[in-house]
Write a new protein. Structure first.
Ligand code: SAM
Length: 503
């Protein structure tokens, strides 16, 4: 046997990576095959160039050399992906891969074991925790071994007191989630994204943004301290008002379930003539049920059913990633939708990237439509995830291909169309208080799994301790600032494009 592996150190393979796993401590370390091969071939005498690796391995109790770690003196640290709910432990399941989040499972504990779990506070040793729980040391150790096993990953045993936000305790090692399912009608003949048919199939509009895709607007659709107690749509209304953009007539393109529109209209005192344009019949109907006083048109952002120079204020929140993105390589003959990309790259003098890249053709066409329909002095506002300079990328976790936005290229297109254009991070535009807290994504997932097991659901909101629906005694929830991910998407990935047609 290779002396690297004592009984308590195993070599596992997860997602094609090699992992050294200490079965006593739950500490584990992925190593490249080359590093492991060097170690295996050199042991037991380590050459100097491997000392750094060896030290790291020793720090993680991975080394076979020497006796196994004394569990009694080690400090048990609880995984952040474990919640104690109503006397049951809920764990993210390391054995199941799931798209867009973890699967969760229940792990039964006896009352004594629950006391031990609670006693594991990140600073007590195993021996001290066993004393607090009134358990014999060997009983406590046996439980901790079950909890630190690769199939559980609820505890890690540490040499030193815990760093409160140690990243190793906020993830588990599990099979890679498969990318979201795709259907053939989500791509055109030259690989461009085409979501018209997918939008026709949307059903259950009321819960669509909890179950299928969550937007920032939906996550902050309830009054939130990060918005001074306002809802997203109310804050958007106030910012438009502050900037002098507000008009008696507004057009919203892609209003989703109408929640933003409802908050916007409430804030305006109902004085605004509100036209909704959407491509999804079910969402249009959901908006209508919520806002019967508003007008609607079934139509597309890329063919706005509006006359030229007719709109004073148009906005569209988290829609343009749905519009067609087209792969194009300037060194290859352009066919199909790629021809439209090539022609616009020339027209707008956007340099083509080398190799194949996605281009946000649908968003460019939307800008052309905006330039057509805006009145002189009219304003348009678009928000979406993306970046000022990174190439567009398809988000793989959803059940449909959304593509991030290259906002730098959108700025060029907008200006070439004669629009004044400025880009602002969404957090700054909407004056989010980044210090405000929300429920961490991992905690939300666990809590939602438990709610569902009880026949209830937990909406995908940026929950705070005050707003979280009552449910029972839950221990282990993690509250994080908005710079970290909550139930909704990561705010810092979102940008706002502000456009104005010159008077
Ligand atoms: C991701 S949802 C955003 C919903 C809402 N604005 C929000 O922020 O929660 C995208 C919305 O745009 C609509 N949409 C997608 N493609 C569209 C298109 N080509 N033309 C008009 N609406 C579209 C969808 O039906 C949906 O209402």
């Amino acid at each position: 046997m290779n002396p690297l592996y004592a009984d308590h150190v195993q070599r596992l393979s997860v997602n094609g990576k090699t992992i050294l796993w200490n079965l006593l401590t739950g500490r584990h370390l992925p190593l490249s095959p080359e590093t492991l091969e060097s170690l295996e071939s050199c042991l037991p005498g380590f050459p100097p160039e491997l000392q750094g690796v060896v030290k790291r391995l020793r720090d993680h109790y991975m080394l076979a050399a020497g006796p196994p770690p004394p569990i009694a003196a080690l400090i048990p640290a609880r995984s952040r992906l474990a919640l104690l709910i109503a006397d049951k432990l809920w764990l993210a399941d390391p054995n199941q891969a799931r798209t867009g989040g973890h699967a969760w499972k229940k792990f039964p504990l006896s009352p004594e074991e629950i006391t031990l779990w609670r006693a594991c506070n990140g600073s007590r040793t195993t021996a001290a925790a066993a004393t607090v729980a009134g358990l014999a040391l060997d009983e406590a150790e046996a439980l901790l071994l079950r909890l630190s096993a690769p199939t559980t990953q609820a505890i890690q045993l540490r040499e030193r007191p815990l760093d409160r936000r140690d990243p190793a305790l906020e993830r588990i090692l599990c099979p890679d989630a498969l990318p979201g399912p795709r259907s053939s009608d989500q791509y055109g003949s030259t690989g461009e994204t085409t979501l018209e048919a997918w939008h026709q199939r949307i059903s259950a509009g009321e819960v669509h943004f909890d179950n299928v895709e969550t937007t920032v607007a939906h996550a902050f659709g309830l009054p939130h301290p990060a918005l001074g107690g306002q809802r997203y749509g109310e804050r958007l209304h106030d910012i438009f008002e502050d900037r002098g953009w507000l008009q008696d007539q507004v057009v919203e393109v892609g209003p989703g379930d109408g929640e933003l529109a409802e908050a916007f209209l409430t804030r305006s005192g109902g004085r605004v003539d509100y036209l909704r344009i959407d491509i999804a019949p079910e969402l249009l109907a959901t908006q209508r049920r919520r806002l019967p006083q508003t007008r609607e048109r079934l139509g597309s952002a890329t063919r706005l059913p509006l006359p030229d120079r007719s709109v004073a204020l148009l906005f569209s929140n988290e829609v343009i990633a749905d519009l067609s993105a087209v792969p194009y390589d300037a060194d290859l003959p352009a066919v199909g939708a790629a021809r439209d990309v090539a022609e616009r790259l020339r027209r707008y003098r956007i340099p083509a990237a080398s190799g194949t890249q996605l281009y946000n053709l649908g968003a460019w066409i939307f800008l052309e439509e905006i330039a057509r329909v805006l009145k002189p002095g009219g304003v348009a506002w678009l928000s979406e995830f993306g970046s000022p300079e990174d190439p567009p990328e398809e988000a793989v976790q959803l059940d449909h291909p959304e593509v991030s936005i290259h906002f730098g290229q959108l700025l060029v297109v907008a200006r070439a169309l004669g629009l004044e254009a400025a880009l602002e991070p969404m957090g700054e535009f909407l004056r989010f208080d980044a210090r405000a807290f929300q429920l961490w994504r991992g905690s939300y997932e666990g809590l939602r799994a438990w709610f569902r097991s009880e026949g209830r659901d937990l909406a995908a909101r940026a929950w705070t301790p005050e707003s979280l629906p009552p449910g029972g005694n839950v221990e282990g929830l993690l509250w994080v600032p908005l710079s970290e991910v909550g139930a909704g998407p990561l705010l810092s990935r979102f940008w706002c494009l502000c456009l104005r047609r010159r008077p």
